[in-house]
Design a protein around this ligand. Structure first.
Ligand code: G3P
Length: 275
């Protein structure tokens, strides 16, 4: 599974890049807003170029359109592609359905925009996916990546059942029971179940699009995304930092450091400059 960082903050991206195993970056309008806060009036084009410059040229960077109708989504997608392709590997993020309410007359505009932009050779990450059906249509239209929002799917299942929770709280991938019944959103029992079902459908249907587990809230969910077969997980920096932590790892380190015998250390130091 590839590891992407879900952030538009340069410091976080640079810090994550130091790990040496970062495969990509995803942004969205809310992440851009978070990154811009407190910076006064920023030159957005320059800022985004600095995101590309923080990583290698081949690293995929997803940038989202903000329009909610076909013509504008297509125009913005082309602008993003044209402006930044010389700086790196641009993926244009298109919402699967741009309606601001449950129903509207432009529900298919996202899929139509994906079809047109991908036919021009622009790489697409289709975002805001909450059903396997949405993922299937996005892939049929030519999306290279589909992004189910695992954490927000868990939120939705809890909200519908009036379960209180904090954003980082773990939600079991196999779902939760209430009054003897397993809670679900039209048969989907958790965000990770959504990822797993999409993966299963893509496998059975021979679909090549990559499945990117988004809206990852904790390290156990990251692990479960890998178990579900996600091709990519995009992870906020706060969660990336926890991926290497374990009490017993640091306890073990303390003991090893305490137990070093001088002969072992001097053997390792032999031949070092100045020794
Ligand atoms: O990758 C999508 C992400 O930015 C949304 O995350 O935690 O706001 O649901 P979250």
């Amino acid at each position: 599974m590839k590891l992407f960082i879900d952030s538009a903050k340069i410091e976080e991206i640079k810090e994550a890049e130091k790990l040496g195993v970062l495969d990509g970056i995803t942004t969205n309008p809310s992440l851009i807003k978070k990154a811009a806060v407190g910076k006064g009036k920023i030159d957005m084009e320059k800022y985004i170029i600095s995101i590309f410059n923080a990583v290698g040229k081949k690293i995929p960077v997803s940038l989202e359109v903000v329009a909610s109708d076909f013509n504008e989504m297509v125009r913005e997608g082309k602008v993003l592609h044209k402006k930044f392709r010389k700086h790196g590997n641009v993926y244009v993020k298109i919402p699967v359905n741009p309606c601001l309410e449950d129903k509207c007359s432009t529900a298919s505009d996202g899929i139509r925009a994906i079809k047109l932009l991908s036919s021009k050779g622009i790489k697409i990450n289709c975002t805001l996916i909450f059903t396997p059906e949405q993922a299937l249509l996005a892939a049929k239209a030519g999306a290279n990546i589909v992004s189910p929002f695992a954490g927000r799917e868990d939120d939705y299942i809890r909200e519908m059942s009036r379960i209180k929770f904090e954003k980082e709280d773990y939600y079991p991938s196999r779902g939760k029971k209430k009054l003897g019944k397993i809670l679900s959103d039209d048969g989907i029992v958790s965000g990770i179940d959504l990822v797993a079902e999409i993966k299963m459908i893509f496998r059975k249907q021979g679909i090549k699009a990559e499945v990117l587990a988004a809206s990852i809230r904790n390290k156990r969910q990251f692990r479960e995304a890998a178990l579900a077969g996600a091709d990519i997980a995009t992870v906020p920096f706060s969660v990336i930092k926890t991926l290497l932590e374990h009490n017993k790892t640091s306890e073990g380190m303390r003991k090893f450091v305490k137990d070093i015998v001088p002969e072992y250390k001097s053997m390792l130091n032999k031949g070092r400059k100045g020794k």
